[in-house]
Design a binder for this molecule. Structure first.
Ligand SMILES: C[S@@+](CC[C@H](N)C(=O)[O-])C[C@H]1O[C@@H](n2cnc3c(N)ncnc32)[C@H](O)[C@@H]1O
Length: 289
């Protein structure tokens, strides 16, 4: 039997492997999966609770001097750049890395619209990306990459000083999605491996001291019935491919919920966590005389 030592990174590496749903993981790490989501991904930016989260995270980063005109920041798995465009005005450069062409197209539109000249966009798998020079801060939010301790280690090693991570924290309930999941997959959507538990403890076992800020909220998305149905199908297909008949069932159910303008609202009850790390507080980085 292997030794149980929660202070050792290897313990969390093993736990992370054991607690992840591999089939979901494989799907979540494919660029095609995210290309499909790109068109409507930014709908969330209209949601008040989400805006509050993003604003508060940017405020904390400023208070901690992680955003500074001298600093070069990496946004790993940046998606459409929700955070990158908020960080860019306060730092020297933001290097945005993501595997999805669709997500990065959206980011490029924003970069152009706001005339940013300090956002670099790189389409590549984070685990294959060659870090030439460590960044002042590595930021990474809401990505399946955070289920993997290899990714987290690479983030830690790629940062000179600051690390900022955002991930789910035990609450992610979407009533409509759960109803559809029960009807089609026979059970509500699970969240295996999507939590701060391993992330926090792994970082701690590496000698780091993550500062935690929790956010709770209702993430509302109001979309035309057709696009709402396609999004729910996309979420369900994380578990397994749906048959055409099953997809039609979702489309019909969602169509029936449409208001007079043809719109359907979904609400996800969430608790998320923002982890901020300053390597100057790491074990061994400071001592008393
Ligand atoms: C839910 S989105 C989060 C986007 C953004 N960070 C945010 O908080 O809005 C997840 C992102 O992870 C990206 N991703 C997944 N696997 C990746 C990998 N191996 N390397 C880089 N990006 C990846 C996807 O393309 C997608 O844009």
């Amino acid at each position: 039997m292997q030794e149980i030592n929660p202070h050792a990174p290897e313990f969390w590496e093993r736990l992370s492997k054991a607690s992840c749903d591999d089939s979901v993981n494989k799907k979540c790490l494919k660029p095609e999966t995210w290309d499909k989501a790109a068109a409507t991904y930014d709908d969330l930016e209209k949601c008040k609770d989400y805006q509050t989260q993003v604003t508060e995270i940017i405020n904390i980063l400023q208070q901690k001097n992680a955003l500074d005109k001298k600093n070069v920041v990496a946004d790993v798995a940046c998606g459409t750049g929700t955070y990158a465009v908020r960080m860019a005005p306060f730092c020297k450069k933001v290097t945005c890395i993501d595997i999805s062409k669709g997500m990065l197209e959206k980011l490029k539109e924003k970069t152009k619209r706001f005339a940013f000249n300090n956002i670099e966009v790189i389409r590549q798998d984070w685990l294959e990306y060659k870090v030439e020079e460590p960044f002042d801060m590595v930021f990474c939010s809401m990505t399946p990459l955070l289920r993997n301790t290899k990714t987290i280690k690479k983030i830690v090693d790629s940062s000179k000083r600051f690390i900022a991570l955002v991930t789910w924290a035990g609450v992610r309930q979407n009533k409509l999605l759960n109803e559809m999941s029960k009807k089609i997959l026979g059970k509500p959507m699970g969240q295996k491996g999507q939590d701060i538990t391993v992330v926090f403890n792994y970082l701690y076992s590496l000698g780091l001291a993550p500062h935690l800020t929790f956010f709770t909220g209702c993430w509302e998305r109001l979309r035309p019935a057709k696009s709402q149905a396609e999004n729910l199908i996309w979420r369900l297909e994380m578990k397994r491919p749906l048959t055409e008949q099953e997809k039609d069932l979702v489309r019909n159910e969602i169509e029936r919920l449409a208001d007079k303008d043809g719109l359907v609202k979904t609400v996800t009850t969430v608790r998320t966590c923002f982890m901020f790390i300053d390597k100057q507080q790491a074990k061994g980085a400071f001592s008393c005389q």
